[in-house]
Design a protein around this ligand. Sequence first.
Ligand code: 5IU
Length: 252
Amino acid sequence: MSGLGFMSADEIRSSMASRRTRVVLAADQKSISEISHSLSQAGPSICMLKTHVDGVVDFEYTRWMDEVIRPARDMGILIFEDRKFADIGHVSKIQMLGHQRIARWADIVTAHRISGPDVIDGIHSAWEEVGRKGSVLVLAQMSSSENLLDARYTEKTVASCKGMPGVCGFIGNGSNPRSIASLRDAVGSEKLILTPGINFDPNQSVMGQRYGHPTEAIRSGADAVIVGSGIIRSDSISSAAAQYANATMDDI
Ligand code: 5IU
């Protein structure tokens, strides 16, 4: 459907390879300046910046583009808005083009499979409308306790989405190496697996989050790990980011 095509898993893999890190920074912070600061500190050690733009209390489009998006692009870092679209295709398109103008700056967005496969078309039709291309990561597992994405849901999600050109991969549960390995078996080698629920210290988890180790996650089949608190809540964002990056690249 998209005249511009899609951003493929291979394009994303080569972007990650050129940066020599498999860390995605989850910049779960409430102001543009905090996110911009984390990006400037962690930048050399990350391959993607993951945002939750609806949590940014002082969001303003021009500042967002100038202080977050442009610096990330200048560093060759992909922008990943973790919006978790879940509505019908048409509404997801409207949301991509809404006041935050996600389609204009995000290279990758997340979506649930729950509403049907048309959510993927809705998202791509928004990118097409603004003359850009991107890709969708579909939630196949979650890291939070007692979530409802059980093995059967995971299997159906992967089976129905792994052949879709507009899907570059899946989100898996980084807290459990066995879950990642079984997801990799189902996904095969072409599509990406990114895993949140990653921290050197499992005791740091709050509100039902669960954590696994970054090296274990990569060894079990993840292409990249998503790290928030482990980096942004540390005393030195730059050295924590470098430590996580090393744990995803060393001797693996
Ligand atoms: N995130 C999860 N678990 C999931 C999914 C997304 O933690 O299953 I899907 C997001 C939430 C947060 C980041 O933005 O990944 C993890 O942050 P911490 O490393 O601070 O737990």
